[in-house]
Structure formats: C-alpha cells, structure tokens
Write a protein that binds this ligand. Structure first.
Ligand code: NZQ
Ligand code: ZN
Length: 386
C-alpha cells in the first residue's frame, strides 16, 4: 500500500427527509445564496422546501447553472455573492451545480484572475482572500462531488479539473427521494459515472492495497446489482439509496487513498463532452471498454482480478478472461441504456483530430497511472471507439 494522508471533512446527512439539517447547518442570520441548475429543483418544489427551513435568513437565488458548468455563468454567480455580501452558499442539484458552486465559493473573493484557478487546476497559494462556506443538497447520485474535493469547469471550449481541499462541502444532504424525479437517462448516467470512478482507482496495478481492492469490488458489484432496478423503477428507495451511497463513497477517499490512480478515461471523456456534447457518463462508457482492451498489458494483473472477482469469470486462458470481462462491462453499460460507441452519438472518425488537439493544448500527453499513455495511444483508443 502506498503512503497517504486522509481527511474528509464533509458531514453527510443521508436518508429520507433530512432537509431539517440544512436549517441546523446554515448559521442563523446568514445571507444565503441558493444555487441551482436549469429548473428541476424549482419544479419539484425542493427550493420552496429549502426556503422554509431557512426561515429567518436573507435568502437569494442564482439559477441557470448548466450541465458542464460554464466559467462565464459561474462568474455571474460570483458577482452576485459580492453584491449581496453572501456568507453561505447552498448548492441544490447534481454534479454541475455542486462543482460550479465550489468554484464560486473561491472565485468570488479571489485576489488574482479566477481563470487562472481553472487553467492551473487549483487556486494559487495566498490568493484566496476569503472563501464563502458552502453546503449541498444532492439531487443526482453520480459524480461524488457531494463528498470530494474536485470540480470540473468548462472554459473556452474545454473542460478543466480543479482540485483543492477547499472544495470539500461543509455538509451534504443525501436524500435518495430527491432523485426520484430524474429521467431514466440521468439515473443510468449516474450508475456509469460511479462505476468508472471506482475503475479509475482500482484498475491499475497491484500495490498490496487489499482492503481498497475489496471495497472497490464491493462498490462495483453493488452498482451491477442495483443499477438496472434503479433505472427501471424510479421510486425504488433501496436501489436508489445504494446507488447514491456507492456514488458518494467512490470519490470519498476511502477507495482512492494508498493506490495508484489512472483518470485517463475521464480526461479523454471530458474532451469528448467539450467537443461533441456527450453527457459526462456517455463519454466514459465510450472510452472505458477500449481503454481496457488497449491497455491490457499494463493492467494485466488487475484486469484478471476484475474478471474473476467482479464478474466471476474463471474459465479460459488469461486473455480470454480479460476479453470476457471487457464484454461484460460493455454489456452492462448498454443494458442501462448508455451507448458505448462514438457512432451511437453521431461522431465519426474524421472528427477525432479536434479531440486530440484539445488534449494536446491542455498538456494531456502523458496520461494514466504510469504516465505513458501518449497522444498516439489516445488516437488508437478513439479510433477503436468509433
Ligand atoms: O439543471 P437541472 O434543471 O437541475 O437538470 C439537471 C441536468 O439537466 C438534471 N437533474 C438533476 N437532478 C434532477 C434533475 N432532473 C430531474 N430531477 C432531479 N432530481 O440532470 C441533468 C444533469 O445534471 P448534471 O449536474 O450536469 O449531472 P451530473 O451530476 O452527472 O454532473 C456532471 C458534471 O460533473 C462533472 C462532470 O464533468 C460534469 O460537468 N464531474 C464532477 C466530478 C467531481 N466533482 O468530482 C467528477 C466526475 O467525474 C465529473 O467529471
Ligand atoms: Zn466522472
């Protein structure tokens, strides 16, 4: 097991009807900004319910944070934070609203140019004059943003990952019932995203992190078990609750500490979203099966472990077991309704150079846990993914 530091400061309120906790967490007398997305949280009545528990505080709203949150939109929210002298932000939504809010919490009073945070992937030392504290009410179990220190921001036609301990929410309310209004497609996306997060942390090379491996395999198997039900039965509490805790656990640090991490599937996927508008999870479903195939030598031992322990594949030669595990992974995504070929999203081989150019511009030329996934290998992966 590799050395690691671990500290996850986010307080989780999980289960049915936990909104009262928001009232306890947001200081009395605070000037609060509720941030939300395109309106689902308004239509469901959730924002009204939150306003009730925030009674007595001065409450403002900023709506319109789009999927794959755009820098320009977030800068408008940051302006509102300054104008209204906001001292607490409450993000109500999925990963995009939460990620956007994380950025706003730091950008609002940033001493330097906030676009530098995005470009550098973190705020510069000494430039965060003041951070506005924030909490979240999650409506879409997928990204793990509700319990992690990352945010993904869209800026000038690409997606940038920003990581800082400042991005752990103070608290997150995880009531699976708040996701019952999701379209099936977003539920399926959530299962795929959480699945691939675990894979990024697990499917590398063995370092003797036996407990991380077992937890990872447990989360993967739980997603395989509950995913189809969660998609087919929108109000099945048991399925959705398990999906929601899987998604939060995936990036909480429990699985990712003390192990090598890959993230190449995500980096390539982000560029597919930026260039062609695939949903985040759709981009991952396209890249991952080919990634496993092309990187089968680097990942040989873990691929065999994955085949045997996650899918129960014990028959055949090593390469046959790996082939079968890759096929199972693809079938699983497809069974949820998430297509696993670029052609399924109308993307053709002649459009791929723009993706490679975008990755190169961001310096994404030495990806993966071994830093030897070059742009040439990415080209092969994308070509095979069509
Ligand atoms: O905007 P509204 O109207 O709320 O609609 C949203 C949006 O259209 C809808 N939705 C959310 N909750 C709903 C609902 N509709 C009905 N009922 C509800 N309860 O779902 C749509 C998608 O929402 P979005 O927040 O974009 O989805 P997701 O949670 O999948 O977040 C994706 C973003 O997170 C980033 C992705 O790159 C992408 O930008 N990621 C963040 C990570 C992190 N912070 O650690 C890691 C991930 O790998 C990922 O990159
Ligand atoms: Zn993801």
């Amino acid at each position: 097991m590799l050395n690691f530091n671990y500290h996850n400061p986010t307080r989780i309120y999980f289960g049915k009807n936990r909104l009262d906790k928001v009232g306890g967490e947001v200081p009395k007398g605070a000037r609060v900004l509720i941030t939300y997305g395109g309106g689902s949280a308004k239509r469901s009545g959730l924002i009204d319910n939150i306003r009730e528990v925030l009674e007595g505080r001065e409450v403002h709203e900023f709506g319109g944070i789009e999927p794959n949150p755009q820098y320009e939109t977030l800068m408008k929210a940051a302006e509102m934070v300054r104008e209204k002298d906001i001292d607490f932000i409450l993000a109500v939504g999925g990963g995009s609203v939460i990620d956007g809010t994380k950025f706003v919490s730091v950008a609002a009073h940033y001493a330097g140019d906030p676009s530098d945070i995005v470009k550098a992937g973190r705020p510069a030392a000494g430039q965060v004059a003041k951070q506005v504290p924030f909490g979240t009410v999650l409506t879409l179990p997928a990204t793990g943003s509700e319990m992690d220190s990352a945010a993904v921001i869209s800026y000038q036609g690409s997606k940038y990952s920003v990581m800082t301990p400042l991005f752990f929410p103070r608290f997150s309310v995880l009531d699976p019932q708040l996701s019952f209004t999701l379209p099936a497609k977003q539920v399926a996306n959530g299962v795929v995203d959480a699945f691939v997060h675990i894979i990024e942390l697990y499917l590398t090379y063995p370092v003797g992190a036996l407990i991380q491996d077992r937890v990872a395999e447990g989360v993967l198997q739980t997603l395989i078990e509950v995913g189809p039900t969660s998609v087919a039965e929108p109000e099945n509490y048991v399925a959705r609750a398990n999906q929601e805790w899987c998604a939060a656990l995936a990036l909480s640090g429990i699985v990712g500490s003390g192990v090598p991490q890959d993230w190449a599937t995500h980096m390539i996927g982000h560029e597919l979203t930026a260039k062609f508008g695939l949903d985040h999870a759709e981009s991952l479903a396209v890249v991952l099966p080919v990634m496993m195939d092309v990187r089968r030598d680097k990942k040989h031992a873990k691929l065999l472990q994955y085949a045997q322990r996650v899918w129960g594949i014990t028959e055949g030669a090593d390469e046959e077991k790996i082939d079968a595990a890759i096929a199972k992974t693809r079938e699983f995504f497809e069974s949820l309704g998430v297509k696993t070929r670029l052609s399924g999203y109308g993307v053709t081989a002649d459009q791929l150079p723009t993706v490679l150019a975008g990755l190169e511009a961001q310096g994404m030329t030495a990806l993966s846990e071994t830093r030897d996934l070059t742009l040439d290998i990415t080209r092969t992966i994308l070509e095979k993914a069509v």
